[in-house]
Design a protein around this ligand. Structure first.
Ligand SMILES: [Zn+2]
Ligand SMILES: [Zn+2]
Length: 421
C-alpha cells in the first residue's frame, strides 16, 4: 500500500481540485478522500504538491530496436519518468520499422524487462513506412499497438490514407499523421521567413504542413475515421482542425512544448534548434497557445527525438531533425502556458492526461479501482535543467541551462514510485 498524503488532487475527468489523500493498493487506486487513515502503509508526503492522473505522452521516439546509441527503451523511459510521464507512445520509425507483429512484440517484451513507465507502441501505417503497401495493422493491434502512423514522414497518398483510415477505424485505432507536403518541404532546414533569409538556410513554407492537414481532414470526412494530427505547428493548421471539430469530425491534434515556447527567431547555427516541423513564426506560436487554451488542441506531446551527439555535430542543413523533450515538457507548460499565458492549471493537467487518453480511446482519472498511475509535481520549485544530467542517452535540447519555476517531482506507475526527485 502507498498512501499519498496532503496533496492537492487535480483531476480533469471529474473537475476535482482539493486537498485529498490517495491510497494505492497494488496496481489500483483503493481510496480517495480527505485525511485518510492507512496504518502500516508506506507514506508519501505530498504537501505543497499537485497530485494528478498519470501523464501520457502520445508521441516519442525510443530508438529501440536499432538505434541504441541514441536511446534505448530503458534510458528513454527513465527520462520520461523523470519528466512525470507514466505512459509513452513510441513511434514506429525504428530499425527495423515497427510494421509487423513480431517487432511490436519485441518492443512490448523489452519494455516489460527494462521500462520505467508503460510503453504503448504505435505501429507503422505502411510496410517499412514506405507509403506503398498497407501494414499488418490487425496483427500489430493483437500484439499491443495503440495507433498507427508513418511518423517521420506523412502517410504518402490520399488513397493510402483512405485504406489505412478504414482499416484502422474498424480496429478502433486512431491514425496519427505527420503532416508534410514533401514537394514543398524538399531540402528545407527551418521555417521560411526573415530569419531563414538572415541565416541563409533553405526555408520550409508553413503550407507544407497545412496542405497536408487539409488533405487529412478531407479524408477524415470521407471515411468518418479517427484522425490525430501530430505536432501541429502553424496557424493555418489550427484553423483546419478547428473547422473540422466544428463540423463534428473525429479529428484531434497535439502540440509540442518547443512549438509553444520558441519561434524561428530563436533559431541559430546550432542543430539543437533543428526539428520537424520547424519552429514557426511568432503569429503561429500565438495561435497555438490560444488553441491550447480554448480546447482546439487535445494534448501536449513531446516528440522526444534523441540523436547521438556525433550525428547532430554537423552543419545545420546536414543534421537530422529532432530534439529531446521528456524532462522539460511539464516545466515549459507551467512557465509558458500557466505562467505567461494564464492557462488554468486544470487545463494544463488535462493536456497531459485526459486529453491524450481520449485520443487513444481510454480514460484517465483518480478514482477507486482505476490504475495506480499518478504524476506529482510542484508549481513553485526553482530549478535549472542541465542536459548533462538528463536520463536520456542524448543531449540534443535547446533548453540546456534553462531556469524554471515548477516541474515534476515523482511518477508512480502501477502503484510503484518509478521516479522521485
Ligand atoms: Zn513527425
Ligand atoms: Zn516524431
Amino acid at each position: 500500500m502507498l498512501w499519498i498524503k496532503n496533496g492537492r488532487v487535480l483531476d480533469p475527468s471529474s473537475k476535482t481540485d482539493g486537498m485529498l489523500d490517495v491510497l494505492l493498493d497494488g496496481e489500483r487506486i483503493a481510496r480517495v478522500g480527505p485525511h485518510l487513515e492507512a496504518p502500516g502503509a508506506e507514506t508519501f508526503d505530498a504537501e505543497g504538491l499537485v497530485v494528478a492522473p498519470g501523464f501520457i505522452d502520445l508521441h516519442c521516439h525510443l530508438r529501440e530496436p536499432g538505434q541504441e546509441l541514441s536511446e534505448t527503451i530503458e534510458t528513454g523511459t527513465r527520462a520520461a519518468a523523470r519528466g512525470g510521464f507514466t505512459a509513452v507512445c513510441c513511434m514506429p520509425n525504428t530499425q527495423p520499422v515497427n510494421d509487423n507483429a513480431s517487432v511490436t512484440r519485441s518492443i512490448v517484451e523489452r519494455s516489460a524487462q527494462s521500462a520505467s513507465v508503460r510503453v504503448w507502441p504505435i505501429g507503422a501505417a505502411s510496410v517499412g513506412s514506405k507509403g506503398e503497401a498497407i501494414a499488418e495493422i490487425a496483427a500489430m493491434k493483437a500484439a499491443g499497438i495503440v495507433g498507427v502512423s508513418d511518423d517521420g514522414k506523412p502517410i504518402a497518398t490520399a488513397r493510402l490514407m483512405r485504406q489505412v483510415m478504414e482499416y484502422a477505424d474498424s480496429l478502433r485505432l486512431p491514425v496519427i499523421d505527420h503532416c508534410e507536403d514533401p514537394s514543398l518541404f524538399a531540402g528545407g532546414a527551418m521555417r521560411e521567413g526573415a530569419q531563414a533569409l538572415r541565416l541563409g538556410l533553405q526555408g520550409i513554407p508553413a503550407e507544407s504542413e497545412s496542405i497536408a492537414v487539409g488533405r487529412d481532414v478531407e479524408m477524415a470526412r470521407l471515411t468518418g475515421a479517427r484522425l490525430h494530427i501530430a505536432h501541429l505547428s502553424t496557424q493555418r493548421s489550427v484553423e483546419h482542425v478547428r473547422r473540422a471539430k466544428e463540423r463534428g469530425l473525429r479529428v484531434t491534434c497535439e502540440v509540442t512544448p518547443h512549438h509553444f515556447t520558441l519561434t524561428d527567431e530563436d533559431v541559430r547555427y546550432d542543430t539543437r534548434y533543428k526539428m520537424n516541423p520547424p519552429l514557426a513564426l511568432r503569429d503561429d506560436r500565438v495561435a497555438l497557445i490560444e488553441a491550447l487554451i480554448d480546447g482546439s488542441v487535445d494534448a501536449i506531446a513531446t516528440d522526444h527525438a534523441p540523436h547521438h551527439p556525433a550525428s547532430k555535430e554537423v552543419e545545420f542543413d546536414r543534421a537530422p531533425f529532432g530534439i529531446t523533450g521528456f524532462e522539460t515538457a511539464l516545466a515549459l507548460g507551467l512557465s509558458e502556458l500557466v505562467g505567461k499565458a494564464k492557462m488554468p492549471l486544470m487545463r494544463l493537467v488535462e493536456l497531459f492526461t485526459t486529453g491524450p487518453a481520449r485520443v487513444l480511446g481510454i480514460e484517465r482519472k483518480i478514482a477507486v479501482g482505476e490504475p495506480a498511475d499518478l504524476t506529482l509535481f510542484s508549481t513553485t520549485r526553482e530549478w535549472t535543467f542541465y542536459a548533462a544530467d538528463s536520463a536520456s542517452k542524448s543531449r540534443n535540447t535547446p533548453f540546456d541551462g534553462r531556469a524554471f519555476q515548477g516541474g515534476p517531482i515523482a511518477a508512480i506507475v502501477r502503484g510503484r514510485i518509478v521516479s522521485r526527485l
